[in-house]
Structure formats: C-alpha cells, structure tokens
Write a protein that binds this ligand. Structure first.
Ligand SMILES: Cc1cc2nc3c(=O)[nH]c(=O)nc-3n(C[C@H](O)[C@H](O)[C@H](O)COP(=O)(O)OP(=O)(O)OC[C@H]3O[C@@H](n4cnc5c(N)ncnc54)[C@H](O)[C@@H]3O)c2cc1C
Length: 344
C-alpha cells in the first residue's frame, strides 16, 4: 500500500529516486502493475522496467516470490498486465541516481496566446530534445466555481511541464525556445531537489472523480490535436483536461514485461470531472476527440483509463493479450480478479 510520496522520501535520503509519476498520492504498486509512466520516463523507461522481484498471492491462492529467473512468464505478465493476476504484497524495485533536477511548468493564458500556437511550438521543440528531457502539455478551462481561487475561475490555461536531469545552465538553454512561444502567466522552471519534483505538475492531493480515457499515438498530428483543443476548450459545455505526453527515448526500449506500444511517440489523455456531470456528454466528446486521432492510434494506456472499464479494447496488442490470457488461465482460472480490465 505504499504511496509514491513515501517511497520518494525514503529514496532521496540516499541521493536516489524511484520511477514515480506526477502525484505523490498514487499507490506505487497499482501504478507499476499498469506500467508506470514517470516524470523521468524518457531517460529511464517505465517503472515496470525497474522491478526486480514481485511477491504475489495469485488468484489460485498461492504466495509466490517471482523474479525474471524464477518464473519469466509470470514476471513478464505482472508488470504492465495490470492488477489481474493476484494481490502483490511486495515489490523490489531499482532506483536511479537522481538527487536533483531542472524542471517546472510554463503556463500560458489560452485567451492571450493562441493555444494552437503553443501546441505547435511545443511539438516542434520536442523534436530537438535529448532523452534526458521528459515533458508534457496540458490545457484546461477552470469552471466558475466559488471554491476556486478568484484568479483561476473561468481561466483557460495551457501548460508545458518539463523535467530534465542535466545541469541548470543546460536546462535554461534547452527551454529557451519554449519561453519564446509567447508571454507566460507563470514560469516555475528552476533547479530543485528531487523531493520537490511533485511541484512540476501540482496534481491535487485529494481524491477526485474523473471519466478519463486516452490514445497511445505513433505520431502526433498537430492539426488534429489543435481540433481537440477547440473541442475541449472554452466552447465545451463541461470541463475537460487535455494532456499530451511526449514519449520515446527509453520508453521505446524493449523490456521483458507486458507494457505494450513501446513504439509510440505520444500519449493523448482526456480527463473529465464527474461532479454532477453528464457522463454521456463526456463520452460523446471523448469519442469525437479520439476519433480525430484514430489514424495514429496504436491502443490505450491502462493507467490512464478512469471509469472506462466498459471499453476494454486496445489496452494490449493482440500478442500481449494472448500471453496474458494464458497466464490468467494458469494463475487465476476462476477469474477472481475480474474488475481490473481482466483478460478472460
Ligand atoms: C493524481 C493522479 C496522477 C497520476 N499520475 C500518473 C502518472 O504520472 N503516471 C502513471 O503511469 N499513472 C498515473 N496515474 C494513474 C495511476 O497510475 C493509476 O490510477 C493507478 O491504477 C493507481 O494505482 P493506486 O494503487 O494508487 O490506485 P488503486 O485504485 O488503489 O489501484 C489501482 C488498481 O490496482 C490494483 N492494486 C492496487 N494495489 C495492488 C496490489 N498491491 N496488488 C494487486 N493489485 C493492486 C487495485 O485493485 C486497482 O485495480 C495517476 C493517477 C492520479 C489519480
């Protein structure tokens, strides 16, 4: 049940870091079983790639200590196959020697700077990057809600989030083209100890309900992504958070686990808050948005499906799915773990 915040706290004492994601509140095990796309992903790969052993009570009721050598097929399927083979009681993971980084977020006012121009500038910038830079773009319109700070109510923000393990001077040089895209309302790019890295994304640390889905893309069609910005921006009738993660680098390296679609260049995610929202309306917007990138879509990423378990298609490529079904038949023949996108 350890959450990433606890693991990071323990690791930084040794000048090390795990391959955690953006939010300290996320569970290390659930995240890693789904692959785990972290803030240093392009440099070090998925969290699943750094697991050394898994202690698991499989669906047949047996406690097993699983390593690459002891049971290569089960080890392969547990990592990236999602939480469908058993209950994990312990994970041994490798850490990486990262004690500090250069990172933060550039925030543009989507009503003052053309969001499509930010998107184009960002996509062009990613073509020039070393694997030591991991970044993403987010766009969202805050609703007019009284509990939000006045400056956020109704605002349209486009953010570029960056993490770079090189020096501060090199980081400043690398992000210079981003700063030329246009004036920002906030620029938090700076040198920081790894323990402060959650500030890059500033994810809320309280539970919140979303309908969320995604598309893993071979390449990014910037025009189509611009149309999705229009669809989910100020003209939308409900709030949607659009996110684009730049993949590649070490995320594309083959590994002995079930994380699919390594060849992908981009991940497109949509998160739509559920508080009192019309889910059918959300589904329609998502269908239209993901339809626009259908030609580049390889599949969907397990960790970023929220409330969408009625659509299991595309979570694994056919070969991965077949291997997982074989493991399911051996280790959980009664399909005890069937609520987690299980492969029957
Ligand atoms: C704010 C936020 C930020 C996020 N950022 C990222 C990110 O940067 N990168 C990324 O890849 N994902 C990210 N995610 C997605 C996250 O990885 C998934 O939601 C993941 O499933 C969370 O796991 P959990 O254990 O916290 O949640 P839970 O809902 O408790 O668990 C998720 C699934 O795993 C199962 N599970 C949990 N623990 C175990 C265990 N010990 N053994 C077997 N099954 C188990 C649960 O039954 C459940 O089906 C984020 C999610 C949120 C809410």
């Amino acid at each position: 049940g350890a959450r990433w915040g606890q693991v990071v706290e323990a690791a930084v004492e040794h000048g090390l870091a795990p391959l955690n994601g953006t939010a300290p509140s996320v569970g290390a095990v659930g995240y890693t079983l789904g692959g785990g796309l972290g803030i240093l992903g392009r440099e070090f790969g998925y969290a699943a790639d750094h697991v050394r052993s898994v202690d698991v009570v499989t669906g047949d009721g047996v406690l097993r200590h699983v390593t690459r050598d002891s049971d290569p097929e089960l080890f392969w399927g547990l990592l990236g196959g999602g939480a469908q083979l058993g209950v994990v009681t312990e994970l041994e993971i490798g850490l990486v020697p990262v004690a500090r980084l250069y990172g933060g977020a550039l925030t543009f006012d989507g009503r003052a700077v053309d969001p499509a121009a930010v998107l184009r500038g960002y996509e062009e910038w990613t073509r020039t990057l070393p694997d030591t830079v991991t970044s993403s773009l987010a766009a969202l319109v805050y609703p007019e809600l009284p509990h939000l700070p006045p400056q956020l109510r109704g605002s349209y923000l486009v953010l570029i989030r960056v993490a770079f393990t090189g020096s501060e001077a090199e980081g400043e040089r690398l992000v210079a083209p981003l700063r030329e895209i246009g004036p920002t309302v906030s620029d938090t790019l700076r040198e920081m100890p790894y323990a402060e890295s959650p500030s890059i994304h500033g994810d809320p640390d309280f539970p919140h309900a979303f309908y969320g889905d995604n598309a893993v893309l071979s390449t990014l069609d910037v025009d189509a992504a611009g149309d999705i910005l229009d669809l989910t921006g100020p003209s939308a009738t409900a709030m949607h958070i659009l996110q684009l993660n730049h993949l590649g680098g070490a995320l594309a390296r083959p590994a002995e686990n079930a994380v699919p679609y390594r060849e992908a260049g981009w991940l497109l995610r949509l998160l739509s808050p559920l508080d009192g929202a019309d889910v059918e309306a959300h589904r329609k917007v998502h269908a239209e948005a993901f339809g626009l990138v259908a030609p580049q879509t390889l599949g969907r990423s397990l960790n970023f499906v929220f409330g969408g378990s009625d659509r299991p298609q595309g979570l694994y490529d056919p070969e991965t799915r077949k291997r997982l079904a074989g493991l399911k038949a051996t280790y959980d023949p009664a399909n005890l773990f069937r609520h987690n996108h299980s492969v029957e």
